[in-house]
Design a protein around this ligand. Sequence first.
Ligand code: RIB
Ligand code: CA
Length: 314
Amino acid sequence: MTKPLPIIIDTDPGQDDAVAILLALASPEFEVLGITAVAGNVPLALTEINARKICELAGRPEIKVFAGAVRPLLRPLVTAEYVHGQTGLDGPVWSDPKMPLQKQHAVDFIVETLMTHEAGTITLCVLGPMTNIALALIREPRIASRIKRIVAMGGGFFEGGNTTPAAEFNIYVDPHAARAVFDADTPMTLVPLDCTHQALSTAARIERFRSIKNKPGPAIAAMLSFSERFDEQKYGTDGGPLHDPCVMAWLLKPELFQSREVNVEIECESELTMGMTVVDWWRVTARKPNATVCRSINAQGFFDLLIERISRLP
Ligand code: RIB
Ligand code: CA
């Protein structure tokens, strides 16, 4: 077996973040060097606790969890309790985490890890607003050339937005951070709504999670039954989109995705389209491609992968 891929997961748990983290911890292809929490779905004080709850659910209390940015670079924090509940992980009954929060700031952890590991070996899995990543790039610009790849859930193009007509939540919350990350000239994969909206947690798929004979499976069923209800009503579909685990799935099975190397720019001026990812899918401009952008996913293959991996957890 080839050496596991060292990753840092930057996240704002969030039920879909939880499934992504569980998928990563269940997959021997990854070495999770640390989990860095950011404000997003709910405030930082909750996302860092939620990240620790998820590690303990996976039976991995040794994982290092760090707290990062408490708000976006410039804009006021916008949260999404209307989707994720007051705790950010509503659904199952959780006990308070026993594992410690690391004392080091998340941004310092990201910089230190990238500067001390061999260049080009660490992948950043970004599941929330990109504030921590932008701050790390500003704190130490040399990390841009040392990151193997950033794989981020965010944005949307033909699919539009889910927070405004033009913008997806992660980018909308911190568009200036997203611009700094896309401008960093680092290998980048973007998994936008165009892709994640095809990965619906249907009732049948939630039942597959519920029937897994361990703790994480039924916990995922309870989480998704809660968090997907909002999108089910909004989109009128059987199940809501399961966004963040698509990031890990792209690393595990890229053949499940269709993508293209194109240019992505972030709207940071107009309030009407603030946080819009302007994706030059048809290459109608001379703007340099700066991201591998996913447009579709084999949803059945994605859920088969998810179920198989989550079943490996204790
Ligand atoms: O728009 C979906 C994204 O916003 C997901 O990452 C979800 O967890 C929220 O952070
Ligand atoms: Ca998220």
